[in-house]
Design a binder for this molecule. Structure first.
Ligand code: HEM
Length: 460
């Protein structure tokens, strides 16, 4: 790197300064105030004529001392989001090289739309059949509900084994590098959460002094937060923002722009409406790249294929042939009944009890129907797969950190604006929906298989 030098040794490159390397000037001068947008009357907007980036923040008129806290906190989040994306992307890029044809896409949206799950064929699962018969002997109604459970592993990605899966150096490197870097991304995400404590020193009245002029801008339009969500795997969550109803093509597929037939609410939420052009370009690029969900599902699905070979599991992966899965399901059904009736010998089912049992069985069956969920539970129980387990734990931790971020943001927003609508037109209700347990898991959690597997791991 050569740069102009004031020293007599003009021929030599100037010594690197901290400032050159860190680019801190961009941050010092990163506090800007654009001229008033059209239609804003003088007095409502700061007089920007005499202000240039890097100056002390003016006082008086429409200038607000507390706006600096607001802008700087958002910038701090964005700096850390950039680091998180850097770490996360590097893991996905390394993984993409393992599958010569690219990481297959885990299309959980399509799975959720599939027709109802097939009920279990009990002849194939003798241990489960015996566990259900035990329950039926105590209560035929409970036995009938259990017998409706879905057939295990009826859905799955069917991903091919990446070459060297299980023992190859490249694969092991991915597991180590992946856990290390995902762990770093998680710490960075968690580290941003206390930023909200600093911003929460802003009183509602202080915020109201400048809030009006932000509208319609909001964190809702954060490019990097959307990139992060999409890269973790939450594609379906944003389907309507990516392609609003009645949307029309743009130069950046798959992102569509709202068209004349797009309902106003959908148009207001669309990425094309709230994102700057550079953001749309980045998001469109992300949408064409694999996500952490794709990677984790592909690894789990490949592990299931290796564990289901008729002549025995490959590469030290856990046995996932029918007898092993049958044993896990039977154990889980026994535990479900034990938890449900809290150890009582007799099973009495009134209508409410039957409804609860039905929903618990549907949940267990729905999760067991996913090959990747069963694989995740099996791997967690398998001591020989420590590295694999560490990678999966690191991926889950990142997903958990994103949820913790959302939870904190929701409480924080409640603290600052209560139930008012946000400047982006949403509010607490919208934000709560992003973590709501009543929504399908693939809309709130990046890696549903890993979360579901937590319920099924046993000490067999
Ligand atoms: C006074 C401070 C803040 C308030 C009152 C606030 C309020 C809100 C509200 C009400 C929403 C829902 C959409 C809307 O109507 O705007 C929202 C969304 C969002 N905010 Fe904040 N926020 C604040 C600070 C922050 C900060 C510091 C960040 C950090 C980047 C942030 C990031 C986001 C993101 C990413 C969303 C979209 C969430 C989603 O769609 O899941 N917000 N905010």
């Amino acid at each position: 790197m050569t740069r102009p030098s004031g020293s007599p040794h003009h021929a030599l490159p100037a010594a690197l300064t901290y400032s050159d390397y860190i680019n801190d000037r961009a941050m010092v001068e990163g506090l800007v105030m654009l001229p008033a947008p059209a239609g804003v009357s003088p007095g409502e907007w700061p007089d920007t004529d005499a202000f240039k980036p890097g100056d002390d923040w003016p006082e008086g008129g429409a200038w607000c001392h507390d706006e600096v806290l607001f802008i700087r906190t958002h910038q701090a989040f964005e700096v850390w989001f950039a680091l998180i994306m850097h770490e996360l992307n590097s893991v996905i890029r390394a993984a993409s090289r393992l599958w010569p044809g690219g990481v297959p896409a885990a299309d959980l949206g399509k799975r959720a739309e599939a027709p109802a799950l097939r009920p279990i064929r009990l002849d194939r699962w003798p241990l489960t059949k015996a566990a259900i018969a035990e329950v039926a002997a105590r209560s035929s109604a409970a036995g009938e509900i259990l017998a409706q459970i879905a057939e295990p592993m009826q859905m799955g990605l069917g991903a091919a084994l990446p070459p060297g899966m299980g023992e190859g150096a490249a694969f092991n490197q991915l597991l180590s590098l992946g856990s290390h870097r995902l762990g770093r991304a998680t710490q960075a995400m968690l580290c941003t959460i206390p930023f909200f404590d600093v911003l929460a020193t802003l009183t509602p009245a202080e915020f109201l002094r400048f809030r009006g002029r932000l509208s319609p801008a909001s964190g809702f339009g954060s490019v990097q937060f959307r990139e992060l969500e999409l890269t973790v795997g939450l594609r379906e969550l944003h389907a309507a923002k990516i392609a609003p109803e009645g949307g029309e093509p743009t130069p950046h597929p798959p992102i569509l722009r709202p068209g004349p037939r797009t309902p106003p609410h959908a148009a207001a939420m669309a990425f094309h409406t709230v994102q700057p052009v550079w953001g749309i370009e980045r998001l469109a690029r992300r949408l064409n790249q694999p996500s952490l969900r794709d990677l984790v599902y592909a690894l789990l699905s490949a592990a299931a294929s290796a564990g289901r070979r008729a002549d025995g599991p490959e590469h030290g992966l856990p046995d996932m042939r029918d007898p092993a899965v049958d044993r896990l399901l039977a154990t889980n059904l026994r535990h479900l009944i034990g938890d449900h009736f809290r150890g009582a010998g007799a099973i009495t089912l009134d209508d409410t009890g039957a409804a609860h049992l039905r929903s618990a069985v549907a949940e267990l069956g729905g999760a067991f129907a996913q090959t990747e969920t069963v694989a995740a539970a099996m791997i967690a129980m398998h001591p020989a797969q420590e590295r694999f387990t560490l990678l999966l734990e690191a991926a889950l931790d990142l997903d958990a950190a994103l949820l913790r971020w959302r939870d904190r943001h929701i409480r924080f927003v409640e603290h600052i604006i209560g139930m008012r609508r946000g400047t982006g037109g949403g509010g607490i209700q919208y934000l709560r929906g992003t973590t709501s347990a009543v929504r399908p898991a693939h809309l709130t959690h990046g890696l549903p298989a890993l979360w579901q597997a937590r319920s099924f791991v046993q000490t067999l």
